[in-house]
Write a protein that binds this ligand. Structure first.
Ligand SMILES: [Zn+2]
Length: 181
């Protein structure tokens, strides 16, 4: 669960069956992270957070909350843009090239631009809204091709090439961007 706090920005709350008390730490992304016993209510989580503010300020080396808040705002905006664009772009290419996927999911994983599950769910990273359209389209065509080939075999790349003949160039260019925010 993620809590939006006015002071600390996004706070990651992990309900842990093994923990008996509340612990504060820093997540890999520099956010505040709380580990709480499994059945702690949201109300209690907020109360713990509020009663430990000064301790957190002094002892937890968070990224500058202002930077964190700016990043959270950027993520929210990207998500909004992505929602209005990516599912429709995916649908457009699926119709054009006769692919059938199950659903489109928007992600914000730090390392992957997209993925395709064997059940036909295509995930697209909201960070795609920050790369040139031609590279965005390459990712979409790449994931659609995975519906027919769940690997990166020669047959898979031949299918990608049939819809994006310059895919090698697009793939190389995409490496200059990072999906993380
Ligand atoms: Zn792939």
């Amino acid at each position: 669960m993620v809590l939006n706090d006015a002071e600390f920005g996004e706070v990651i709350v992990r309900k842990n069956p093994l923990s008996k008390s509340v612990r504060f730490s820093v997540s890999p992304s520099g956010r505040l992270q709380m580990s709480v016993p499994k059945h702690t209510s949201d109300f209690l989580v907020k109360r713990f957070l509020n009663s430990n503010r000064s301790l957190i300020r002094q002892q937890i080396p968070l990224h500058d909350p202002k930077t964190q808040r700016a990043r959270d705002a950027k993520k929210k905006l990207l998500m909004k843009k992505a929602k209005e664009y990516l599912p429709y772009r995916l649908e457009y290419y699926a119709k054009l090239y006769n692919y059938h996927y199950d659903r489109c999911r928007l992600s914000h994983a730090a390392t992957r631009w997209g993925s395709c599950s064997s059940s036909g769910t295509i995930s697209l990273n909201i960070g795609l809204m920050q790369v040139p359209e031609i590279l965005r389209d390459y990712v979409i065509l790449h994931e659609l091709a995975h519906l027919n080939h769940m690997d990166h075999s020669a047959a898979f790349w031949a299918e990608v090439a049939s819809h994006d003949p310059r895919y090698k160039e697009h793939r190389a260019k995409l490496k200059h961007f990072s999906p993380g925010l």
